[in-house]
Design a protein around this ligand. Sequence first.
Ligand code: ZN
Length: 255
Amino acid sequence: MSIHKTEAIIINKFDFRETSIIANFYTRDFGKISGLLKGIRQEPKKFASTLEPFSLNEIIFYRKRNSTLHLVSQCDIKDNFSGIRQDMLKAGAGGIVTELIHAVMPQEDINEEIFNLVLEVLKELEVYHDAAKITTMFKIKLLALSGFKPHFDSCVCCDAKIMGQSRFSILMGGLLCEQCSSKDFKARSIFRGTVASILHIERSPFRNALTLGMNPQIKRELDFVLNSFLNFHLGKKLKSESVVDALKAFSLAAK
Ligand SMILES: [Zn+2]
């Protein structure tokens, strides 16, 4: 057993037996890890953090060699991102961020670039007005950095450069050129502006990408393409995504 200290974002937590909690953390130095916090429900002050989802903490843990469940001995809060928690749509977006990390990242797969992306996204969510735009940008960036991304640079089938009209195939995970469009009859045509926006966001620093203007038509298509791709590959719709959809419908109805 070895002892380690690292920065950790809380993904989720659940009760374990009568007194303890198991939490999933996304850490800077070890990727996604699971940790047991013994006795925290019996003595809530034993740890200097209440382990709120998407809060940033510093943890000390004993790493077990023959298990993926490690023993967390200390958990100190560094940033609770209270600016996110005061707004339901922002809190929902925070939920999407952690749920996606949990779904996409393999256990104990270190990726500091993705860790920094998550931190930047949470910091921006606190101050930026449009939570939905941040969520869309995060999905594009995460897919690109995790290597899980749809193929948008050329035809996914023959690798030809796409000049004219293209179609997006969820099944094949990318764009099809006109010649290959018969390979998937369910592929749907996609605006050039949508493809250009995705490529621009993939290649730009997060904050610069946020300044990109998008017309509502492209924004709708972008969300449709990203969510269809994610739902297909994850085999489910994210729970937090359904919560945000319900919140949006509720706030529209209240207007
Ligand atoms: Zn092709």
